[in-house]
Design a binder for this molecule. Structure first.
Ligand code: ADP
Length: 524
């Protein structure tokens, strides 16, 4: 045998894989030394036998069919193609999981198939363990998300009470020292509220509890709302906040998309000390692109990847930390759910640009006519004693809300259930505002109760519905309800008072006179 022949023989004998060659009848023509380690057969005892001996008995019929198919069209299977894990049988009857590669070839027009066989039992065991570990981690993650969602939701009621009591005490105490303490307390409550809201959002998004509800969304309108929300904050920080809208209409979940932009604009304002925050919209072949560009501190290139991770915050070298590190994790989850992409580019010391790309399939129109402007919101003052009917089943929240509203100068009638509120409803008059928790009892929501009152009294009774889970409530509604405002718990006390005033005044205007006149006309 020449040198190359000997080398080849050695390679074949000691190959880490078991090597077998069978002919077109399935008879083993060659087996290397390794087949002994794998199957427990001396190679010489295998030669001349049908390869069936290497297949567990229970699988032989199926195996024979596979072989027949393969022999009919061997060329269809690429050379060296891997056959998925198969069960193989050892001489002692035990089985192992085999990874097999097949290579058909011809000698003098006759078909042979070479098979390289490897015991992959260990590899499979590791794979299975990895899959099990992955499933366990996913399960634990979902359980964590569910726990967080429940815990943060349940923490809202007591936080609501504390917030209202803090606002009530502000009204009562007169000394500067006490007021200083109360404003520190208020600051802590604000921080806690922000954290709780972010935790609830992220856990609900991650646990898959949120089903997006796509509707046509006008970018113009959205920008107007965002401008109304953020312009005061920008002014307070001495920043210019610009909006360059485009008349585009996209199909997306309005609440979630708004929340995504809120987080991006909030960050741009937080991490910019001087200059401009620009929010723009353009349409091109990629779809509709909304960009938020700031002239702020920027993000180092090596941190860009990580800023979307939960609780990750770039070390901002002395910049005041105001967030909790969840804003961009929420953006990431919302973008995933809505099928839009978010890209960040940034230069340290120069600024950051975040581009939100809404793909063409979600673009309804890139050039819709601008929508009519909303009626201007005017801050109205409390010029008559407004009567409020409060229906809230949580006793401490009810007591704190009542105390706060009374200190604000309202006449408040409060009840723990719809039945308890009945005597107050019996004397309901235009100008009164009903404030109710959304989850009242098993049968009725606060909104159901309001609608029943409207039917019963034949006019649009103004209402405020409070909910610990505002996004879900808003999403579950098919259309807006006139003269009904939904506020999230823990409620912002200023927003509550402002809403009461607006609703009460609108109700009075609608009925063409003051409450007193109305009451008189009703009495007569
Ligand atoms: P945080 O609550 O800390 O703002 P986010 O998840 O929203 O958390 O952002 C993560 C981190 O990314 C922030 O802590 C900040 O370091 C960085 N970052 C986000 N947006 C900007 C921006 N516009 N400019 C500079 N840094 C930013």
């Amino acid at each position: 045998m020449d040198e190359l022949g000997q080398i080849t023989e050695h390679l074949l004998r000691f190959s880490p894989d078991g090597l077998i060659v069978v002919d077109d009848q399935g008879i083993i023509r060659f087996a290397n030394e390794t087949t002994y380690e794998l199957f427990g057969y001396e190679p010489t005892t295998l030669i001349g036998r049908n390869m069936e001996v290497l297949v567990p008995e229970r699988l032989r019929t199926r195996h024979a069919e596979h072989v027949a198919n393969f022999l009919v069209k061997p060329s269809k299977r690429a050379m060296g193609a891997r056959v998925a894990a198969l069960a193989a049988r050892r001489a002692d009857g035990s089985e192992f999981s085999a990874g097999i590669r097949l290579a058909p070839f011809h000698i003098n027009g006759k078909l042979y198939v070479a098979a390289a066989i490897r015991d992959i039992t260990e590899r499979q065991r590791i794979n299975e363990a990895l899959i099990a570990a992955r499933e366990e981690a996913d399960r634990a993650n979902r359980a964590k998300s569910r726990f967080l969602a429940t815990a943060s939701h349940d923490l809202r009621q007591p936080l609501q009470t504390i917030r209202l009591l803090n606002a009530a005490m502000f009204k009562i105490v007169k000394t500067d020292e006490m007021r200083g303490l109360l404003s520190q307390q208020q600051h802590a409550i604000d921080t806690m509220t922000r954290l709780l809201n972010a935790l609830l959002d992220i856990s609900r998004l991650e646990s898959g509890a949120i089903e997006p509800k796509p509707v046509p969304v006008s970018i113009m309108e959205l920008f107007e709302e965002l401008e109304a929300e953020f312009s005061a904050a920008a002014r307070a920080r001495g920043l210019v906040l610009e909006f360059d809208p485009a008349p585009a209409v996209i199909c997306t979940d309005r609440t979630l998309f708004y929340q995504l932009l809120q987080n991006l604009i909030g960050n741009a304002l937080k991490y910019t000390d001087r200059g401009t925050v620009n929010v723009a919209c353009v349409s091109d072949a990629d779809g509709v692109i909304v960009s938020v560009t700031d002239t702020g501190i920027g993000i180092p290139a090596d941190k860009l990847e990580r800023i979307f991770d939960e609780y990750y915050q770039v070390d901002t070298h002395g910049a005041k930390r105001v967030g909790v590190g969840l804003g961009l994790a929420i953006v990431r989850e919302v973008a995933r759910i809505l099928g839009i992409s978010v890209n960040v580019s940034s230069q340290v010391g120069q600024g950051t640009q975040v581009r939100v790309v809404i793909p063409p399939k979600s673009v309804l129109s890139a050039t819709a006519p601008p929508q009519a402007e909303d009626e201007e919101h005017v801050r109205v003052t409390n010029n008559a004693t407004t009567r409020l009917i409060l229906v809230e089943d949580n006793e401490s929240v009810r007591a704190a809300t009542e105390l706060f509203l009374k200190l604000e100068g309202y006449e408040v009638q409060s009840a723990g259930s719809v039945a308890e509120a009945e005597p107050f409803f019996a004397k309901l008059r235009p100008g009164d505002v009903v404030i109710a928790d959304h989850h009242l009892d098993e049968k009725r929501t606060g909104l159901d109760m309001l609608i029943e009152l409207r039917q019963r009294f034949g006019y649009t009774v103004p209402g405020i519905i409070l909910s610990g889970d505002l996004p879900s409530v808003l999403r579950s509604m098919r259309s807006a309800v006139p003269a009904c405002v939904f506020l999230g718990k823990p409620v912002d006390t200023d927003a509550l008072v402002q809403t009461i005033e607006e609703l009460a005044n609108a109700s009075r205007r609608e009925h063409g006179g003051s409450v007193e006149q109305l009451a008189r006309s009703q009495a007569s």
